[in-house]
Write a protein that binds this ligand. Structure first.
Ligand SMILES: Nc1nc2c(ncn2[C@@H]2O[C@H](COP(=O)(O)OP(=O)(O)OP(=O)(O)O)[C@@H](O)[C@H]2O)c(=O)[nH]1
Ligand SMILES: [Mg+2]
Length: 514
């Protein structure tokens, strides 16, 4: 762990100075960092990424002295955990300045008695056996048994999802379930979910410090590279969590923005999303040198200097201005297109509804088209229109739109304003509901609220989709309550009533207008 001579020198010096002394040693035995502490503690500075590591542990062990006969402290163990050290070794210094013994601790892949670490037997510096590297490779081996590194999905993010909530258990779980769906829709591998219920989110990490330690270890075990929070994080929370875990950290809003960024095909969609992302980022740029209080080991890094920050801000603002211009041009073009369509005076039906309700599937079935419909949230981002001929030669244009979701990030809602504006061109709305979803009534409410926010008060027909997956006894009373038409978008033969009512609504509306 450390040569007997060095242990002796550190002990002697430590005693003379009346301060703790420590070294961080890499796996080749090189001393990377020397730390001078005070009587009671040492502060481990920002750690370099060590080239020789390659495993899950940092590739550095910390060996430091303790005076006054103290053993490994709680703070030492927190450093071990949060810094993912290979080993934490305390040299107990005797009164005469000689090292008594080395007290090593290491991370353990499985909790024992609620602890994430194990202690190795104390050893006299001159009698260390087996060699330190054997011990470390044994520890790495224990971790690898849980999740061999070779099994890792190439290029996909591997995430632990976290929710900190003061809501009831069921609500928190519902919200988490949706977060899992969102993550999967963004091609993220979901390794585990953690719900912490607390009255008040911790200002520092949002989740409690102990819980964060647990999450850290889980990430280590499962080899996660990403933490996704269900709650919105502010800049300083994000930065603290990143610094302490060295994992990428995003929140639900960023996840949704990312899905949108991946999926948007139209030029307008892409511009809108980039704007939304930049706007979300702007207030989250780190605004100050955020040296952390000692979590345990003073793992503070310097934030970007004020000047660089200003440069970043200005760049983002410039880019935003450019995008704004671009968007204006595109919107104008679309406006012209719309005008042309209006002149033909064909009534427009717009499909709206919660994401994954089956809007695109229904449009495909009605118009025999093949637009993308899949079991992912936000499969559709770009509005699509098709012609549909009802019986008695009533012709309409039917448009598919982006799905809605609870707590739609306001940046995104704003960004999509112009796409959603298209809804104002509609004569009739068809509100598609996935009635097989146990939360469908909440989803109906979310959609109705959003329609209200958008000032859309149009004749609306509610459609209960996916009846093939729902219990008829549940559907019937609900359908009566909402005056909804049941369909299964996968089966044409279920469309008769829907077609009749939709046509009546369109015809009725044009009569009113005529
Ligand atoms: N069993 C069953 N599955 C359906 C039905 N309608 C749609 N689906 C499935 O539900 C999933 C979502 O359908 P989409 O049509 O993509 O839903 P959407 O409302 O367009 O969703 P977004 O575009 O993401 O907002 C797909 O996997 C469909 O195959 C139905 O009536 N029954
Ligand atoms: Mg769709």
């Amino acid at each position: 762990m450390i040569s007997a001579e060095l242990a002796r020198d550190l002990s002697r010096l430590s005693m003379e100075l009346g301060r703790q002394l420590g070294v961080l040693i890499d796996r080749t035995g090189r001393i990377e960092v020397v730390i001078v502490g005070d009587k009671k503690e040492i502060m481990i500075p920002v750690l370099p990424m060590v080239r020789s590591a390659g495993g899950r542990l940092k590739g550095l062990r910390c060996v430091h002295t303790h005076l006054n006969g103290e053993g490994i402290s709680e703070d030492d163990l927190m450093d071990l955990l949060f810094l993912r050290l290979d080993l934490m070794v305390v040299i107990k210094v005797q009164e005469d300045g000689l090292p008594e013994r080395l007290y090593p601790a290491h991370l353990a892949p499985q909790q024992r008695d609620g602890k994430n670490w194990s202690f190795l037997p104390p050893v006299v510096p001159s009698q260390q056996e087996p060699t330190c590297l054997d011990i470390i490779s044994d520890i790495e081996g224990q971790f690898a048994k849980f999740q061999p590194l070779s099994k890792i999905d190439a290029g996909r993010d591997r995430a632990i999802l976290i929710s900190v909530s003061s809501q009831g258990k069921a609500l928190a779980q519902d919200s988490m379930d949706e977060l899992v769906e969102l993550a999967k829709s963004d091609d993220v591998v979901v390794l585990d979910t953690v719900i912490q219920r607390r009255h008040k989110a911790s200002p520092h990490f949002i989740i409690g410090r102990g819980k964060l330690g647990e999450v850290m270890l889980k990430a280590l075990l499962l080899n996660a590279n990403l933490l996704v929070f269900d709650q919105e994080l502010n800049a300083s929370q994000t930065h603290s969590i990143i610094k302490h875990t060295e994992l990428r950290v995003i929140d639900r809003t960023q996840l949704i923005l990312d899905i949108f960024a991946r999926r948007a095909l139209s030029r307008e969609g892409q511009v809108q999303i980039e704007m939304a992302q930049l706007k979300y980022m702007l207030p989250r740029l780190e605004s100050r040198d955020d040296a952390l209080s000692r979590l345990s080991g003073g793992i503070g890094t310097r934030g970007p200097g004020e000047t660089k920050l200003e440069v970043d801000r200005r760049r983002i603002k410039d880019r935003l201005a450019k995008l704004e211009d671009k968007l204006k041009t595109i919107s104008k073009e679309r406006h012209h297109r719309r005008e042309r369509r209006r002149k033909k005076d064909v009534p427009v039906i717009s499909l709206v509804g919660y994401t994954n309700a089956g809007k695109s599937t229904l449009l495909n079935a009605l118009t025999k088209s093949k637009i993308l419909a899949e079991d992912k949230l936000f499969a559709t981002l770009d509005p699509t229109s098709r012609r549909l001929r009802f019986p008695e030669d009533v012709e309409v244009i039917i448009t598919d739109t982006v799905g809605f979701i609870r707590d739609l990030p306001k940046e995104l809602l704003k960004a999509f304003q112009s796409t959603l504006e298209e809804l104002h061109e509609a004569d009739v709305l068809v509100h598609v509901v996935d009635v097989s979803n146990p939360r469908c009534e909440d989803q109906i409410r979310v959609v109705n609220d959003l329609l209200e926010d958008l000032d859309l008060y149009l004749p609306t027909l509610m459609v209960f989709n996916k009846i093939d997956l729902a219990d008829p006894e549940v559907v019937a009373p609900l359908a009566a309550h909402y005056q909804a038409v049941p369909v299964c978008a996968l089966r044409q033969e279920t469309f008769a009533e829907f077609l009749n009512r939709a046509r009546d609504l369109v015809v009725g509306k044009s009569r009113l207008q005529g």
